[in-house]
Design a protein around this ligand. Structure first.
Ligand SMILES: NC(=O)c1ccc[n+]([C@@H]2O[C@H](COP(=O)([O-])OP(=O)(O)OC[C@H]3O[C@@H](n4cnc5c(N)ncnc54)[C@H](OP(=O)(O)O)[C@@H]3O)[C@@H](O)[C@H]2O)c1
Length: 274
């Protein structure tokens, strides 16, 4: 029940109406009997929003597109990992001090490790934006060979330089992409309302591949449909939301996240759930 002691958390983004975070986190708070609640706010004026959250002593803020980088200007501390990644997705308010973290990397790492051992693998990362940076940070904690493929070659080259990757190419180099063990899509290709798009043709996907699509609306993207048809193994994007969300839950409440409850809340909200 909400009362005068309820700790308020929020998710900010633009758009944010599609977010499944309120469902997932509130289910977790309820399961543990925590006097917390999480609401979604569409935010345009980010600086004023953060000042408002400070004034209201909001406990925590989940940050999504397009604010993950700009918000770094308005917090008091940035955790070392988030600094290396160059983007944040969680802000914790401790006695008025705002500290920012990135949990996308751990979400991706746990989602992948559920299906494979990463050491020794050669990996193609499609896309070179904020999510790619977090995922590459995660992959670099293991003994992996990483190649990045992006629409804008310059962006891929910059990313490869920042993280000392093994190569940077255009997205059209499908033959090179198909010669890897794991393919990770971090572009929005395949996301609603463009769910008929795939970043790769079926001919690039082999039975031996593990294909991870971080797009989670729809759950079974076009890329994952092609992968399943070609008998490849797949990792669904919602797993990254779940495991990254569990880490956020722990940062905000200090309690271990009730994963099963949160997963049920999350998948119940995904249409076309596989
Ligand atoms: N599952 C999860 O937990 C999770 C977490 C974070 C993000 N995501 C999803 O990941 C996606 C990317 O997020 P982000 O934060 O990395 O975005 P971002 O920083 O804007 O980067 C987008 C990347 O995708 C590429 N791209 C965009 N439109 C494209 C198109 N039409 N064709 C080919 N490439 C295109 C961009 O290439 P250029 O450099 O050429 O522009 C860029 O490399 C979004 O769909 C987001 O919802 C999922």
């Amino acid at each position: 029940m909400i009362d005068a002691k309820t700790k308020l958390c929020c998710i900010i983004g633009n758009p944010v109406e599609h977010s499944l975070s309120p469902k997932m986190h509130n289910a977790g708070y309820n399961a543990l009997g925590l006097n917390y609640t999480l609401l979604a706010f569409k935010v345009v004026d980010l600086k004023s929003a953060i000042a408002g959250f400070r004034a209201l002593n909001v406990r925590g803020i989940i940050v999504t597109i397009p604010h993950k980088q700009e918000v770094m200007k308005y917090v008091d501390q940035i955790d070392e990992t988030a600094q290396k990644i160059g983007a944040v997705n969680t802000i914790v308010n401790t006695d008025g001090q705002l500290t920012a973290y990135n949990t996308d990397w751990i979400g991706a790492l746990l989602a992948l490790e559920e299906k494979t051992v990463l050491d020794g693998k050669t990996i193609a990362v499609l896309g070179a934006g904020g999510a790619a940076r977090a995922i590459i940070y995660a992959l670099k904690t293991k003994k992996t060979k990483i190649f990045v493929f992006n629409r804008s070659l310059k962006q891929a080259q910059e990313l490869a330089e920042d993280f000392q990757l093994d190569g940077a190419y255009g997205l059209d180099k499908t033959k090179l992409i198909s010669n890897t063990d794991i393919i990770i899509n971090t572009t929005p290709l395949g996301m609603e309302p463009h769910e008929n798009n795939s970043p790769l043709p079926a001919s690039s996907i082999k039975e031996t591949h593990l294909i991870f699509d971080i797009v989670y609306t729809p759950n079974r993207t076009k890329l994952l449909q092609l992968a399943i048809k070609n008998h490849a193994r797949v990792v669904y994007g919602y797993k990254m939301v779940l495991y990254g969300g569990a880490k956020i839950f722990e940062l905000l409440t200090g309690k271990k996240a009730p994963l099963k409850v949160m997963e049920k809340a999350l998948t119940g909200g995904l249409h076309k759930y596989a």
